[in-house]
Design a protein. Sequence first.
Length: 138
Amino acid sequence: MTASTKFRIAVVRRAHAVQFTRFLGVGLINTGVGYGVYLTLLHWTSYEVAYAAAYVVGIVFAYVLNSFFVFRSPIGLRTALRYPLVYLAQYLFGAALLYCMVSWFGIDRRWAALIALALSVPVSFLLNRIALTHRASS
């Protein structure tokens, strides 16, 4: 491997690390905003409605921040329509992990949820990157 190739690989790795760090920051902010929306709406509505509304706000908020700040990609109809699928895939992945850990391995459900969340972060990052930066070929 040439020095030039090694340098390019190092640059790409660093760029991915920066994106991932931004992604984690956006996730923390999004969690805070979603929880704030949930707590605020509890004053006027049921917890089910508050949770659903907070979830939708979270998807929109994450889409905007991940587009602009993390992946530096333009907001468009195609990515906006594709983006909720990231949340669906992330949910299904986490739910499957949770089920396996609790049912098959006997891990306490409180710890299993945290483990599933932690294992879902890299998957979510990759799915976000695909949804927000992938250019569909004609």
